[in-house]
Write a protein that binds this ligand. Structure first.
Ligand code: HEC
Length: 136
């Protein structure tokens, strides 16, 4: 190799290295800021919009008033008045609603025989309980 070629090869290597290094930094900070995924906002969780839709999507096939006896071990979680039986307002750690979706060992992992809910959904339930498990 000539001196110039060596220099060019070195410059290319440096560019490759710093290029990937910088882009991974960029990616990490974007991810931390939530720009790459869905932003998970748990500042004011609402029963009627956030919790109800989660139950509709993932739980009520087995835990509705009509399905609970046959499919949900008798646990009717349809509507606020029934769901609140699985909740200690202000304390997720003693709420079977939270423990079952957080897959805390010693509890039945829910949704039964399905993949775990997203961390955003789990955090939303935790926040709702911490915020007093209101019928809001
Ligand atoms: C495919 C049916 C099915 C689905 C879907 C399902 N469950 Fe269950 N669930 C059950 C059954 C059956 C039981 C009874 C205990 C057992 O068999 O594990 C149960 C029990 C429970 C219990 C009581 C646990 C205990 O320790 O007594 C809670 C709380 C619960 N489920 C929450 C949920 C939540 C929240 C969802 C949705 C994210 C959900 N389940 C989705 C079938 C289901």
């Amino acid at each position: 190799m000539t001196k110039t070629k060596k220099l060019l090869a070195f410059a290319a290597a440096v560019c490759l290295f710093t290029g990937s290094f910088l882009s991974s930094c960029y990616y990490d900070s974007m991810e931390e800021l939530g720009y790459l995924g869905t932003v998970c906002d748990t500042t004011a969780v609402s029963f009627s919009t956030d919790i109800q839709s989660l139950l509709d999507n993932s739980c009520l096939t087995c835990h509705s008033a009509t399905s609970a006896d046959a499919l949900g071990g008798g646990n009717n979680m349809e509507g606020y008045d029934n769901l609140i039986n699985c909740v200690t307002p202000g304390d997720p750690s003693t709420s079977s609603f939270y423990n079952s979706i957080a897959w805390v060992s010693g509890t039945s992992f829910m949704p039964k025989a399905e993949p775990q809910l997203s961390s955003c959904e789990i955090n939303t339930v935790m926040a709702w309980i911490n915020q007093g498990a209101l019928n809001n």
